[in-house]
Unconditional design. Structure first.
Length: 343
């Protein structure tokens, strides 16, 4: 299954809709053939709602049509097939009654009840990010993510309906995921595939009686993880505020360069699932080692040395990244310098 992020874990912005219930008395085929279209299909609280009616059994253009909202008549006329109103707030119910007197003197009645509800989706990618990183975790290829539905359903008594007491129907790219759906199934776990396509995770939330519903969706966009090089200072530790620039001027006799992973499917930067291959000026100096390399300035010499690293996930082959930095040492700094390195 191919899937999509954000995030927001982070938090990611989403769509949400509310519910409409249709009640009708099955009097005759004229009523059965009355079609009611509501736009949007599940309007949110405070949203403009448009209703259009059509019939296959009678000519509504010649019929007298009356529209009532919460018992009060708001419109009446011949051929009045459209009606609009502003949906109520969360916790309220808006009733729209349609009364049609046809040219054949038949009576058609329908009642629609709108009960606004809302659902937000929070996307959390299961990927590593360094401490104090202000951004959200991103979803890497072959990475896992959890989408959590946070519904706001207000009952007729004004009390909020608990999320665990609602029904959730999950889907991915329009395809239902039955084994993840059901009563109280507030979370959906997914994994990004090997392809670069985005995916949409959607959910419809409803009460047990179906009188209130809301829909939401989240876009999952897989991304390539990355590696950033930092100096591991002997006194201050890893200097996360200053990634090694191009070129980085070395003032002391040695430097410990550490490769920090971003958005890999690992629990920590020291995870054994990540393997690092280090090179200096394009020549391999360590393969399959850890995420740090100590470089020492030779006793005599100056120059600019290129230090690079390749990080690769041991299991998820699509999770790999490269990073490089040019480090100048000596007074003048010339190309082709070479460090002594400590394994």
């Amino acid at each position: 299954m191919k899937h999509i992020l954000a995030l927001l874990v982070g938090t990611i912005a989403l769509t949400a809709c509310a519910s409409v219930a249709l009640a009708q008395a099955e009097k005759d085929p004229f009523e059965q053939n009355l079609r009611v279209e509501v736009s949007p299909r599940l309007p949110r609280a405070g949203e403009s709602v448009f209703i259009v009616i059509e019939s296959f059994s009678t000519n509504l253009n010649k019929a007298t049509i009356e529209w009532r909202r919460n018992g009060a008549r708001e419109a009446r006329g011949i051929g009045l097939k459209t009606f609009s109103f502003t949906n109520g707030a969360l916790g309220t119910a808006t009733t729209i009654a349609i009364r049609i007197t046809t040219a054949e003197s038949r009576l058609i009645e329908k009642t629609l009840t709108f009960r606004p509800a809302h659902v937000d989706l929070i996307l959390e990618a299961k990927s590593y990010r360094p401490p104090f990183y202000r951004g959200k975790s991103l979803l890497p290829y072959q990475g896992a993510a959890t989408v959590t539905a946070v519904p706001t359903f207000i009952g007729s008594g004004g009390a909020r309906i608990a999320a665990k007491n609602l029904i959730y129907k999950w889907e991915v790219d329009g395809d239902a995921v039955g084994d993840a759906s059901g009563y109280g199934r507030q979370q959906f776990h997914t994994e990004a595939g090997a392809l670069s396509d985005d995916s949409v995770v959607g959910v419809r939330v409803s009460t047990l009686d179906g009188t209130m519903q809301a829909e939401g969706e989240a876009l999952l966009t897989p991304t390539q993880p990355k590696i950033v090089l930092y100096e591991d200072h002997p006194l201050y530790g890893i200097l996360f505020g200053n990634a090694l620039a191009e070129p980085f001027s070395l003032s002391g006799e040695e430097i410990r360069v550490v490769a920090v992973p971003y958005f890999f499917s690992v629990p920590s930067r020291l995870s054994a699932l990540l393997e690092y291959d280090w090179a200096q000026n394009g020549m391999s100096v360590r393969q399959g080692g850890d995420n740090a390399l100590t470089l020492r300035v030779p006793e005599e010499g100056e120059g600019v040395a290129s230090v690079s690293v390749r990080a690769q996930h041991a299991v998820k082959i699509l999770q790999g990244a490269d990073a490089a930095a040019a480090i100048a040492f000596g007074e003048e700094g010339r190309r082709g310098g070479v460090f002594d390195f400590l394994r």
